[in-house]
Design a protein around this ligand. Sequence first.
Ligand SMILES: [Zn+2]
Length: 484
Amino acid sequence: MNYIATIGLEVHVQLKTRSKMFCASPVEFGAEPNTHTCPVCLGMPGALPVMNHDALRMTVLTGLMLGCGIAPISKFDRKNYFYPDMPKNYQISQYDMPLCTNGSVPLHNLAYPKDAQKNIATPDKEVHLVRIHLEEDVAKSFHFENSTGIDFNRAGTPLMEIVTQPEINSPEEASAFLTALKQILIYGAVSDADMEKGQLRCDCNVSVRPEHKSALGAKIEIKNMNSISGVRRALAHEIQRQITLLESGEQLEQETRGWDDVAGATFLMRTKEFAHDYRYFPDPDLPPVKTDVLVAEMRERVPELPKAKRARFVEQYQVSPYDAAVLANDLELTRYFEAAAKDAKKPKNIANWILNDLQNALGGAGKAIHDCPIPPEALDELVNLIDSGKISGKQAKEVFAEMFVSGKRAAAIVQEKGIEQLSDVSAIEAVCDEVIAANTKPVADFKAGNVASLNFLKGQVIKLSKGKANPQIVGEILEKKLKK
Ligand SMILES: [Zn+2]
């Protein structure tokens, strides 16, 4: 029997604000525990929240980037529950009037895991969203052998929750969704979306059903995923687990599970997930938000998004759609490329150098593009030397390696090493004449129809020029002279 998996994601994104959602405490990853706190984010009685406007702006911008509708009036609610990481006993969140609704995230081939890119079930799929709302994060618990410590640095950090429709059908699609979403968040500078730093976290709802049945199976939630590859593995494992149970005739029930990355398996956290009564009510300390001014302001700031950038690169620089997609996957790489390609005669060649030699060199040196020792205009100079025939492709590799290590410009290296290719036609003609005069037999052979003799003569010219003569020009000149 064939089974269909139905997956919906709830993604939590930590916004890149300087201060917390409702107080002035700084947001900083990796600070000493409990050093970035104040009465508001510690939940002291009587402390009053003040809204962080940057967090509102970033959420509205995200909504605009993803094509959401923005509510004209939005409000904050208290979600009441008890947990040690939340001393107020309520979390400020949004219930029935979230900032953004609907919208979608377009998937693209290169957002899929590498091994899945050749076999994409629904190319160019768009995953639709239910809503995006803004809330405050809670503190972080650390469990030690005999005790638990709580770090309140994270408490009150602005958190954007993005909820998808249940229309993702495979672990690979879930992975592509997260990658594509992450790229857009980075393009908009609303989050660094670094999963290792907990800036992007995700809960996955997954159910399976036999192909011939239309009713969805029991919804099982996998909590707190913190890597894209983990999401893929957890979903693959969970889908298989559910199928195996269904095949053995068992009934699945709604439950919440965790993911053990080491064991490579999901485990039961709690069953009987009754609908919590969080007793939501509007937070009386926070006025409703009117968004018209914010929306007008943020519309101006919607950046060119990955999809549009890919299309423009193909159109403007004649790079292949594949190269455009690889470049657009990394915003910093696109900036480097455009800086190098802006005056280039053949931007396609610049893209080739960036995606092959430069990426390899950076990878080998463990460097990111922002600390690349070769500035973009220097790469353009190197490519120009090749395109104008001053150096050969092979020599360029040598020059490039030297540029990467020393930071010197290509022209200086070429001069120092004396490797400039001889492309001056009259100089090459003189050498050709010399070779023709000294090699009467091969010349006669060529004229008699022995094409291979031309290669011998070509070799002689290059040798006599101490390897500097441009082989292509030598070939052209010899042929012209010998065919007379
Ligand atoms: Zn605070």
